[in-house]
Design a protein around this ligand. Sequence first.
Ligand SMILES: [Fe+2]
Ligand SMILES: [Fe+2]
Length: 372
Amino acid sequence: MMRSLARRDFLKASAALGASAAAGFACLEIATAAPIEIPTVDALTLRVLVDSAHDQFLKPSTVQGVVHQPPGGGRGSDYRKVLHNQWGLSLFAESQRRDETKTILLDFGYTPEALLNNIEILKLDPSKADALIVSHGHHDHYGGLIGFLDRYRASLPPDVKLFAGGEDNFCHRLVPSGTAGQFTDFGLLDRRELAARHITTVLCEAPTVIAGHAFTTGQIKRRSLERVLPNTFVERGFKDGAGCDAAHYSPAELEGKIIPDEHVHEHATCFNLRDRGLVVISSCGHVGIVNSVRQAQEVSGVEKIHAIVGGFHLGPAPKDYLTQVVAEIAKLKPDVVIPMHCSGLNFVLEAQAQMPENVLVPTTGSRLRFGA
Ligand SMILES: [Fe+2]
Ligand SMILES: [Fe+2]
């Protein structure tokens, strides 16, 4: 269930919102905080649309019942076209319940060129997408979105929506330049561009059922030893009509200050796989992969973890911290851990050391089959 937020009401609720900033808010909904009923699916297929590398020599394998079909050469019908790889992540999810199939696109890579190229090479049909999800406000996860919509909006369902973790996903991000107090631009997701393409955004601070098959965790509590490792900085408020509503945050004086990014509205996407447990997909995992999984357990009431998938942002982790986090993951007893994107080679090695039977490393173009 969603409740639409009338433009008038949103303006009333947002003291800091200037009139020029309102354009993108005509297409906005807020997910209800009412408890959700967790859907169950019989099977799930994930395609890795965009990741950092393509290994054409990877062999098919099955790890704890998860079937991995790598892409081989990754070439199109024209041999001069091949899978593109870049810093970023995009996943194409197809889930089945009985004879019903649902399709969800989760994140969109860094550039539309890579995303569109790989959709073509992998022969996927995004026009079937029942929902779009953005995991958090980093360009390597939403950078391909507007170009994707320019190419596919007309063939997508007219009422398809973008599910975001919350207002923070639309804040302006910056990166320290190396000179004290100086930053370089890392962009923002401008919802006016979404509204112009007739995409309604749903802010999912609360757990939300997606397309009747998946659910998002909503805001993720910080309850493990994990901390947000240094990454971007964030600036609240609006500039030239784009940005995020600083009044949403407390204290409101944060507006105008550039502060370390805590990703307050990063969320994870999850499926409850019949007889196997949860598949938890953390796209960048800044808030901590253990925190994300525990949030999925809490909001679903499902303890069993079948798979932990995605970016865990442990590439920059100090060794002792990494060792502790992997030990915490092992305590969750997942059947399989599938690291992608920012998880880091250091994570893969540590996870293989602590959970040798439970690690599956995919590549751009991989097909992962969960369940029947
Ligand atoms: Fe990322
Ligand atoms: Fe990120």
